[in-house]
Ligand binder design. Structure first.
Ligand SMILES: Cc1cc2nc3c(=O)[nH]c(=O)nc-3n(C[C@H](O)[C@H](O)[C@H](O)COP(=O)(O)O)c2cc1C
Length: 202
């Protein structure tokens, strides 16, 4: 079974419009040939209990890494990411990027010796298996060139060795007078296009 990892950063849960887009993505993904040969593994960040690195955990992490002890639970997110064949990140647009819990999750995934290594010349080499990552968001106003959440994730994908990234958004959802259902439909159309692109990996 191949694995689609759904990183659920939709803090408002079922009420989240970003979550609605993610559900749509997964449905279309499964319909496009993945059903039966792919499984979806979800990490719900609001309930995951992942904490930011602090002085104590950083010291422990360095000790474990130096000792080659990678079985510690703190490395579970990084290992899960490495083993995913495809990744979906859903995160609302908060303060020009994404909720802090998404950052904490990514901080926990970014581990030298797991998601990336340095070769003999000191050049990083990504260790993730996934062919592609899709990033879905919704925002209150227009995102424009301040797409810092996706841009950051794209940068990490380059470090982690994930070659393709895709982005879809439903924007201006909190602007009075906007046709929210139409904006959501148009984002779903974009997702359908993304799935067509991803089909070569399914
Ligand atoms: C804490 C917080 C920060 C937000 N920051 C922004 C922002 O910087 N720019 C923006 O356009 N909308 C912002 N919004 C509005 C959300 O992006 C918008 O309502 C989005 O659709 C929420 O996604 P959800 O329905 O998946 O929770 C913010 C909302 C919250 C709760």
């Amino acid at each position: 079974m191949k694995k689609l990892l759904f990183v659920n950063g939709c803090i408002r849960g079922e009420d989240s419009r970003t979550y609605q887009l993610c559900r749509y993505f997964i449905e279309k993904f499964m319909e496009s040939g993945a059903s039966g040969s792919w499984t979806v593994e979800e990490i719900e960040l609001d309930k995951s209990g992942i904490e930011p690195l602090d002085r104590e955990t950083l010291i422990l992490r360095d000790k474990l890494l130096n000792g080659g002890n990678l079985d510690h639970p703190m490395f579970a997110p990084a290992k899960q990411l490495i083993e995913a064949d495809m990744i979906l990140i859903g995160a609302p647009y908060w303060d020009l990027s994404f909720p802090a819990k998404v950052k904490i999750y990514l901080e926990r995934c970014s581990v030298t010796g797991l998601t990336f290594i340095y070769d003999d010349c000191g050049i990083p080499a990504g260790q993730c298996r996934a062919d592609a990552l899709a990033y879905l968001t919704t925002s209150g106003s227009a995102i424009g060139s301040f797409n810092f959440g996706y841009d950051y994730v794209r940068g990490l994908c380059s470090l982690f060795g994930i070659p393709e990234t895709y982005f879809a958004s439903a924007e201006e959802l909190d602007i009075i007078g906007k046709d929210v259902p139409a904006i959501m439909e148009s984002a779903k159309d974009k997702i359908t296009e993304i799935i067509k692109e991803m089909k070569r990996y399914i």
